[in-house]
Design a binder for this molecule. Structure first.
Ligand SMILES: [Zn+2]
Ligand SMILES: [Zn+2]
Length: 353
């Protein structure tokens, strides 16, 4: 037991050192860029009233750039060395890179967390004054947050559980699926594909993630690391690489193969009919709730009706717009069906009476 405790203490210490080193580097870059580039620009544009907010926002932008740079440096060589699928060209992949920059520099997760935090703090202190216990981790398990590594692991698992259900439900409901289908419409999955999402879906996802994190009491510094880790793991899963984590590894962490199965035409997504492998970080939820499939085949990815000529758009705005068009069609086709059901019911009532 002593051994476990000292290993945990060592890991916590190492993790803390890495995070504080990264924080020092980002802060140094933030000041350098701000003083030499951003501040003079703001000064010339007569916008010095927003200088403090801009300085703060720059921190997150730098984190986003470093994260994307690291992801590219690690995953792109692997894609070239051991691709899961060989393509004639990389046409259609570029738009996903655009999504990545928009999402990771917008850093919506962080933005939501930090703008909602004061409201949550206020609500929590009001509840405490009223004698109501909140659900944050320290209340449920007093003292656990003094072990940062244990608390971090619990936060990660709780957030991943919620992400599993968010993802699974987005396949279940028609209108929601049409938004999520933007993600599934990529037939050339690559390291960039993770952020290819409808903007409304991104908004919903970031909002859910931030609210859950605030409710369970994730401290800001840990939230930044949680988001960075989740983003990185998701880039790995979408990368066009032929790797297998081994029997056990595939069951511990979502691998590129496991997630590729989720994107496979005819198996993984299939709109609201069925689906498998919804897990975001851990495949445990799929195993627990009967939606796991550990197929080893590399299958073509995309949405089935793309093969029948349904268009999902090539460019960013087309993809965003087509989703609304599909939602419109779905709602219109639902309206006559509802009307005829109502007519049938009225007829049946008349016959009965
Ligand atoms: Zn995916
Ligand atoms: Zn999906």
């Amino acid at each position: 037991m002593d051994m476990v405790a000292s290993v945990l203490a060592f890991l916590a210490h190492a993790g803390h050192s890495v995070v504080s080193c990264a924080d020092d580097l980002v802060s140094w870059l933030q000041t350098l860029l701000y003083v030499n580039a951003i501040q003079p620009l703001l000064f010339h544009a007569g916008m010095m009233d927003v200088d403090e907010d801009t300085y703060d926002a720059l921190y997150w932008v730098i984190i986003g750039v470093l994260e994307v740079g690291l992801m590219y440096a690690l995953l792109r060589p692997l894609e070239a060395l051991a691709p899961a699928e060989k393509w004639r060209d990389r046409k259609g992949v570029g738009v996903d890179a655009l999504y990545t920059w928009v999402t990771r520099l917008g850093i919506l997760n962080l933005l939501f967390f930090f703008t909602m935090q004061p409201f949550f703090d206020h609500a929590q202190s009001t509840l405490r004054l009223m004698g109501v216990k909140t659900v944050d981790l320290d209340n449920l398990w007093p003292g656990v947050t003094t072990e940062p590594l244990v608390a971090f692991a619990i936060y990660l698992v709780v957030l991943d559980f919620c992400s599993y259900w968010y993802h699974r439900l987005s396949h279940r409901y028609g209108v929601w699926w049409e938004l999520h289908a933007v993600h599934h419409s990529q037939r050339k999955m690559s390291l960039w594909c993770d952020d290819r999402n409808h903007l409304l879906d991104v908004l919903g996802q970031s909002c859910m993630f931030a609210v859950v994190a605030l409710v369970i009491g994730v401290p800001p510094a840990q939230f930044v690391v949680l988001v960075a880790l989740t983003n990185f793991m998701q880039s790995v899963q979408h990368a066009n690489i032929r790797v297998h984590f081994g029997w056990l590894g595939e069951r511990l962490l979502v691998s590129p193969r496991f997630h590729r199965r989720h994107h496979a035409i005819g198996y993984g997504h299939e709109g609201t009919t069925y689906g498998c492998n919804f897990g975001v970080l851990f495949p445990w939820w799929d195993m627990m709730f009967g939606s796991a499939s550990f197929n080893r085949e590399i299958e073509p990815t995309g949405v089935r009706d793309q093969l029948e000529g349904v268009r999902y758009g090539e460019g960013f705005w087309a993809q965003q717009g087509y989703a609304f068009a599909r939602i419109g069609r779905r709602l219109r086709s639902r309206a006559p069906r509802a009307a005829s059901a109502a007519r049938r019911e009225a007829r049946d009532d008349a016959t009965v009476s």
